[in-house]
Design a protein around this ligand. Structure first.
Ligand code: ADP
Ligand code: MG
Length: 580
């Protein structure tokens, strides 16, 4: 069979094929799979859906560079291309929504693409580079019941879809200023993050940034009521960006930083912005120049999660009932043990900055004050509170913490920097806090040993990760942002606020399966496993994770991949001796 015959087919050939299958049963759509030359682009029909109600068919449009005509400065260096691709995918989504119309049963007539939100992530849906532009999208091929509607399909594939493609994937069909902004803003954002360590910072919030969001479920910036960020002079720093030039803002130094202030004064809003600041944001988001070190991890209590073989002994001594915490497993962690496990797992996966908000922390994990110490003897309390560990984390491991602590002044003793939020405006109150700490001792005794303890590495037992469902065969998929299904298991990711996109969840699911087949040998430490998977993605793109040309995967961090694996309820691990 000569595949070339397919490749040289023209748009007219597609029209002819469609007419031949009019009113046939849906399966006959398979005959239109192939590639069609539309002169200025090629339409690839990669995968045909089984019926009008199934997941829609998968298509690609590739526009050669000579036709797309994007200037090299729009895609080189590659970080600019990610910004431009994000803009094109958003525009494609809008145009596709406009061109979608009901053309029969089920998903007939639907055109769509994996759509970015506020974060700029590398995505398989849209690629811009020196070879041109490639968009991967989906379309519901029209039918009435299971009968093919060829005329509708012809309108859709030969008129409406080409109009969408032509209005988005060519440089001349875009606003040049928006393309430039998308490219340069993303380059600056990436630069800012990598410049942090040289500037002696773990995070930076530029003056003028807009941190509050429209609502808890709407990540777009708050409207005119938003108070723009103003840095406190003692923490004001300037960083020179490659495109925007010098930008001033608040620099957060390494060590232990507290964010304090009255309720509703904007503490959690700052912390949430820092959580998200491991990603770049689209122009107009308000957080374009907010950056945190790439390995920053939000830590929260997550009672009910499962934990497999984690050494939480730095925080939790022997539990009632004699449960060992050097290799701690549970099906149902408490608030404090889950928070301890979340920290140890983040350390194992390579975090350098912990972000903790009192709103989502377990109080008994965070603090134990003088009076409680007196009432409950140390031997009866298995928990060494975070306040006694947070300095050791920095001094021994170089891991910084930023903690929202409106409720406990006991943290003053261990803080390097204290920032007070007052009506959404930050003030440096470090000196005042120190003075108060001197004046009023906390009266509490330091708990725990003089050192943090060990972070034990673990190897994954690959047999504990089943990709086969007893009833459904192979199953590796995402369900929304918050859920991964592997075989018959479900992984709950709802506590992981740094997974920002359903397409990241899909990619993480695929990465678990990929890592399982390729690298899990019962000996490789989890952090090594993460490194190997991410190196493969760096080399070959997200495509390495998928057997087909997936158009719905987005870039994720190794930290979230680890977090997902750690939440698999069937997970079994082997602790590795050694360098702890
Ligand atoms: P806290 O954690 O100090 O109690 P939050 O960060 O939850 O406060 O903020 C309280 C409310 O104020 C939220 O509804 C938030 O959207 C709003 N808010 C936060 N920062 C700003 C700002 N800079 N401008 C306007 N509104 C803000
Ligand atoms: Mg709060």
């Amino acid at each position: 069979m000569n595949r070339k015959l397919h490749i040289v087919a023209s748009a007219n050939d597609l029209a002819r094929k469609l007419r031949r299958i009019d009113r046939s049963s849906y399966g006959a759509y398979r005959t239109i799979a192939g590639s069609y030359d539309f002169e200025d682009f090629i339409l690839h029909i990669d995968r045909i859906q089984g019926d009008p109600f199934a997941a829609p068919s998968r298509l690609r449009a590739s526009v050669p560079a000579g036709a797309a005509k994007f200037p090299p400065q729009a895609y080189e260096p590659a970080i600019r291309a990610t910004g431009v691709a994000t803009l094109l995918a958003k525009r494609f989504a809008r145009e596709a929504a406009r061109a979608s119309s009901r053309r029969g049963s089920g998903k007939s007539g639907l055109i769509g693409i994996d759509t970015p939100a506020q974060q700029v992530l590398e995505r398989t849906a849209m690629r811009v580079d020196r070879n041109g532009v490639e968009a991967r999208f989906f379309a519901g091929l029209p039918a009435a019941g299971r009968r093919i509607l060829a005329r509708e399909a012809e309108e859709m594939l030969l008129d409406d879809l080409p109009a969408v493609i032509r209005s988005v994937l060519f440089y001349k069909s875009n606003d040049a200023a928006r393309i430039e902004a998308a490219a340069l803003t993303n380059e600056d954002a990436e630069y800012l993050r990598t410049a942090l360590s040289e500037a002696g910072l773990v995070a930076f919030i530029a003056d003028g940034a807009v941190l509050p969001r429209r609502s808890g479920v709407d990540d777009r910036p708050m409207g005119p009521a938003a108070v723009a960020f103003v840095s406190p002079p003692p923490l004001r720093r300037e960083i020179a960006l490659p495109n925007a030039g010098a930008v001033s803002g608040m620099g957060i130094p390494p060590g232990v930083t507290l964010i304090v202030g009255g309720g509703f004064h904007g503490k959690s809003t700052v912390l949430s912005a820092l959580e998200r600041a491991v990603y770049n944001h689209v122009p107009g988001d308000g957080r374009e120049r907010v950056a945190a070190v790439a390995e920053a991890v939000k830590i929260r209590a997550e009672d009910g999660r499962s934990v497999s073989g984690v050494d939480i002994s730095p925080f939790i001594g022997e539990l009632p009932g004699g449960s060992k915490t050097r290799c701690f497993s549970t099906e149902n962690a408490s608030g404090s043990t889950s928070q301890a496990a979340n920290i140890i797992e983040a350390l194992e996966a390579g975090t350098t900055l912990l972000l903790v908000d009192e709103d989502t922390a377990a109080t008994n994990f965070m603090i134990r004050d003088r009076r409680m110490q007196e009432l409950i003897a140390v031997e009866k309390e298995p928990i060494t509170p975070f306040v006694d560990k947070v300095r050791q984390l920095y001094d021994e491991f170089g891991v910084s913490s930023i903690i929202v602590a409106g409720g406990s002044g006991d943290y003053f003793d261990v803080a390097d920097t204290v920032i007070a939020m007052d009506e959404y405006v930050p003030h440096d109150v470090t000196d005042r806090a120190r003075e108060i700490a001197r004046k009023h001792g906390s009266g509490r005794k330091k708990e725990g040993s003089g050192r943090f303890g060990t972070v034990t590495k673990r190897a994954i037992d690959k047999r504990s990760i089943a990709l086969l469902s007893r009833r459904r065969g192979s199953r590796v998929c995402a369900r929304g942002r918050d859920e991964i299904r592997l075989g018959d298991e479900t992984i709950d990711l709802s506590a992981l606020s740094q997974i920002v996109d359903e397409s990241q969840t899909r990619a993480i699911a695929a990465a678990i399966a990929y890592g399982r087949e390729k690298y899990m040998d019962g000996k490789t430490a989890l952090d090594d496993l993460l490194r190997r998977i991410l190196t493969d993605i760096d080399r070959a793109g997200l495509g390495v994770l998928a057997s087909e040309r997936a158009g719905d995967l987005a870039r994720f961090r190794p930290l979230e991949l680890a977090a997902a694996i750690n939440r698999l309820r069937s997970l079994r691990v082997t602790p590795l001796k050694g360098d702890g």
